[in-house]
Design a protein around this ligand. Structure first.
Ligand code: ATR
Length: 274
């Protein structure tokens, strides 16, 4: 059978819950692209073999999600500068028989803050909570916005120190533990996975002021525990990671198709589907 639509996919395990086929379907409609975007569940071993099978069967590009972002990074022939620093890849393209990797997670986060939340990074003090793969994946686009300062606080401070070293040639990131945090920040990003285990972070109320924006990289139907905490302290606003999800998809779509879709209506559509 002849496949007459350009083939894309999101790869993960598990993957049934993924919103990416819905999001890319809306983008394809909005920008009138002749493409099909499906969800693929890969087995946990031999990521590259399964990936090459997808590409050799006509796949043009793929998004990659948990737990394969590091495997995708290792599978690439070429990496963008951002992906190289991120140590993880969420966007793959197959170009002339070569696997090309990008990371659009941080671009999605930054675009959501700037375009949908009217946030301006200039002269702002940014605090990032967590120092795992999710935070490493978004740091370069945040650095590129040149805020006044970036502080990474983590339960295990050695991991935050190691992360600061990765980016040492790009920005002087301050590092500390949660208990050291006292001063107020303009933007506080929760990049820990504490939301998943429903655990409250041990943070001082003084770090949140009436101008503080909170951004939880996780998203949920209801207000996340982290955002609820910030709002109860009078934060200016608290945003969840749904806009980041839709935003990273828009950047992947742009890499593949050369057209950048509008995200606003798609964020609303995904929110309604939760
Ligand atoms: P991810 O890919 O989601 O970043 P990860 O690399 O395992 O996953 O990193 C998880 C992050 O959440 C880490 O910063 C972790 O802190 P540690 O480095 O100290 O482990 C943080 N984290 C997870 N659960 C947490 C909790 N209950 N309290 C504080 N930090 C937590």
């Amino acid at each position: 059978m002849r496949i007459n639509k350009d083939q894309y996919a999101v790869i993960g395990n598990p993957i049934a819950h993924s919103k990416s086929p819905f999001i890319h379907g809306l983008y394809a409609q909005q920008t009138e692209q002749n493409m099909q975007y499906t969800a693929l569940r890969f087995e946990l071993d031999d990521f590259k073999k399964q990936l090459l099978a997808f590409f050799e069967n006509g796949g043009l590009g793929a998004n990659v999600t948990v737990p394969f972002k590091e495997d995708a990074w290792a599978a690439c022939d070429t990496l963008s500068a951002g992906a190289s620093l991120a140590g993880a890849v969420n966007t793959l393209s197959y170009i002339n028989g070569k696997i090309v990797g990008d990371n659009t997670d941080g671009l999605g986060l930054v675009a959501d803050l700037i375009n949908n939340q009217s946030f301006c990074f200039a002269n702002k003090k940014v605090l990032i909570l967590g120092a795992g793969g999710a935070v490493r994946g978004v740091l370069k686009p945040i650095i590129d916005q040149q805020p006044l300062s970036i502080t990474v606080a983590n339960r295990t401070v050695a991991k935050a120190e190691a992360l600061a070293q990765v980016f040492i040639n790009h920005f002087n990131i301050d590092v500390c533990q949660f208990s050291d945090l006292v001063d107020q920040y303009d933007l506080i990003i929760n990049g820990t996975s504490s939301t998943l285990s429903n655990q409250k972070l041990p943070l001082a109320a003084s770090i949140v002021g009436s101008d503080t924006v909170l951004y939880d990289m996780m998203y949920a139907k209801d207000v996340t525990a982290f955002n609820d905490w910030g709002l109860s302290l009078g934060a200016l606003k608290a945003v969840d990671g749904l806009g980041m999800l839709v935003g990273q998809a828009a950047e992947s779509f742009y890499i593949w198709r050369g057209v950048r879709p509008q995200t606003h209506s798609v964020i609303n559509a995904v929110r309604e589907s939760l």
